[in-house]
Design a binder for this molecule. Structure first.
Ligand SMILES: [Zn+2]
Length: 528
């Protein structure tokens, strides 16, 4: 008998099992639309800021460690046919031009009807889930509604995998049979989540099981610093989700959302993928009640206290436990910030700190430095583009230590960086300088501090630093926790501030915490 390979996942490793074939080789339509939009960050992203691929070009992701790359490998091993349409992806950043969304829609309108006509078994989309464009508050909901329009009632299941920070809209849930998000923050499980989603899609095709995704909105917006999966309220919510998963309810996702987006869909939601049956709906209702009660009781724990920069510096100096991280979530590059805030560097200089490492994205300064040889001392200005948001312009006397093209291969193949961008990262032309006894890596492109290869490609051993400035909220922990003795999360102004109340929201749903009080827990609510 012909055998088809099926797989399962354990501890992020994939194991294959042989099962009898019940279906001809599967045909799956695939596309990727991946961007997290920070609506409070300055600037606008155009088509040229995106990696743009179409058709067979999507197969260039083969072997790059991303969800798409792993799907291609799996398809080849299982003799599935992938029908590729478009790939538009880029790192988190500011608001997106409509042209990007219109390009995705144009390809969908051309490619999906043809694929359906030729015969299709399923649709799989790799999405972030928090993309916002000039005229589209809900880019992914718009995309999925268009998919549904083309299906015209055909029973071709639609599956999509989301980043944990997706702001999930009703349109996204209603037009997707299987909507699944990552479970870990830092996102070490992105590929695993992608493959889990594909597995459910394939099950649904082969076994004829029909699933639908129920959406549950909680009246809560959490700052990015409150969304770590090891901390409350995420830890408890994820545990409840795991407890309720069963055959009728095979996937429950907890998306704390991405707070730095002003949309009606911003905030904490749950996605419950259930069998389209009475049992499925009952299981989803039961899990929903428990998730909502826990979210309401524990939402306050998702607002971790932040240090003032002065207090953090004073405490860290007294304790002298090095390396010490000064983590600045307001300039969180992984949350779409420009990565050029000078608040921490200014404080290091003021405190005459030695043995510190700082990374800044300052293309103008890099362009000047690259015209000088290693060893030269050059006066440069960094920061100060938006002084109220990113700190003052600092004029530095910088001694050039090294020039580089800013390309590095990610050391940790499980890092979110790999699942998002592949293993090869490009910071653009970069120069390492020393100024005021501080080692400063100046890059052309903002590059989230998710991998130590960022330092090592410039000949720097980050373990040797006493102090390291980090522009992130949570995502750096996978790379830096193992080399760090102490860490201070500090409060500074910036487009990724954790002080949500200070942001000029206009479109968020109300009532919602922390802008409105949390609803009182029902008398029957139990704390797990
Ligand atoms: Zn995320």
């Amino acid at each position: 008998m012909m055998q088809n390979k099926r797989f399962y996942l354990r501890n992020s490793r994939i194991f294959f099992i042989n099962t009898p074939a019940t279906h001809n080789a599967l045909k799956i339509f695939v596309s990727r639309l991946f961007h997290e939009t920070n609506g409070f960050a300055p600037g606008r992203l155009e088509m040229s800021d995106f990696q743009y691929r179409h058709g067979q070009d999507l197969f260039r992701a083969t072997g790059d460690g991303s969800i798409l790359g792993e799907l291609i490998r799996l398809a080849s091993e299982n003799n599935w046919t992938l029908v590729p349409s478009f790939d538009l992806s880029t790192s988190p950043g500011s608001m997106v031009s409509d042209e990007v969304v219109e390009t995705a829609m144009r390809h969908l309108d051309e490619d999906l009807p043809k694929a359906l006509e030729a015969g299709l078994d399923g649709i799989f989309l790799i999405l972030h889930g928090a993309m916002v464009a000039d005229s589209f508050d809900d880019v992914e909901g718009h995309l999925l509604a268009r998919v549904a329009h083309h299906l015209q009632g055909r029973s071709v299941p639609v599956a999509a995998v989301l980043d944990l920070h997706a702001n999930v809209s009703p349109a996204m849930a209603v037009h997707t049979n299987i909507l699944v998000a990552y479970r870990c923050n830092p996102h070490t499980d992105a590929v695993e989540a992608g493959l889990r989603t594909v597995n459910l899609l394939v099950d649904s095709i082969r076994d004829g099981n029909k699933f639908c995704t129920h959406l549950l909105e909680a009246p809560v917006i959490l700052p990015p610093t409150g969304t770590a999966s090891a901390s409350e309220p995420m830890r408890g919510l994820l545990a409840i989700a795991r407890c309720h998963e069963c055959a009728e309810l095979p996937a429950i996702s907890v998306c704390p959302g991405f707070a730095l987006a002003d949309t009606p869909f911003t905030g904490l939601t749950f996605q419950l993928v259930a069998a389209d049956s009475v049992d499925g709906r009952e299981a989803a209702n039961k899990a929903s009640a428990e998730l909502l009660a826990y979210a309401t009781l524990h939402a306050g724990q998702g607002f971790p206290e932040e240090w003032s920069l002065d207090d953090a510096m004073a405490d860290a100096k007294e304790r002298a436990e090095f390396p010490t991280l000064i983590v600045e979530p307001a300039d969180n590059i992984g949350g779409g910030s420009p990565g050029d805030a000078t608040w921490v560097l200014e404080k290091f200089i003021e405190h005459d700190i030695r043995g510190a490492g700082v990374i800044l994205a300052v293309p103008e300064a890099v362009a000047i430095l690259q015209t000088h040889p290693v060893g030269a001392e050059v006066e440069i200005t960094v920061g100060g583009k938006y002084p109220a948001l990113s700190g003052p312009a600092l004029t530095l006397n910088a001694k050039i230590l090294r020039h580089g093209d800013g390309t590095f291969v990610v050391e940790d193949k499980h890092s979110h960086m790999v699942s998002m961008c592949g293993t090869r990262i490009e910071m653009g032309a970069s120069t390492l300088v020393e100024s005021n006894g501080i080692t400063i890596l100046l890059t052309t492109h903002p590059t989230a501090p998710m991998d130590l290869g960022q330092w090592r490609c410039m000949g720097v051993n980050p373990e040797a630093f006493h102090w390291i400035a980090i522009k992130a909220a949570v995502a750096h922990r996978q790379a830096y926790d193992r080399i760090t003795k102490r860490s201070y999360t500090v409060s500074t102004p910036g487009p990724c501030t954790s002080d949500l109340i200070s942001l000029p929201y206009k479109k968020i749903r109300r009532p919602i915490f922390p802008f409105d009080p949390l609803p009182s827990p029902s008398p029957n609510t139990k704390t797990p």
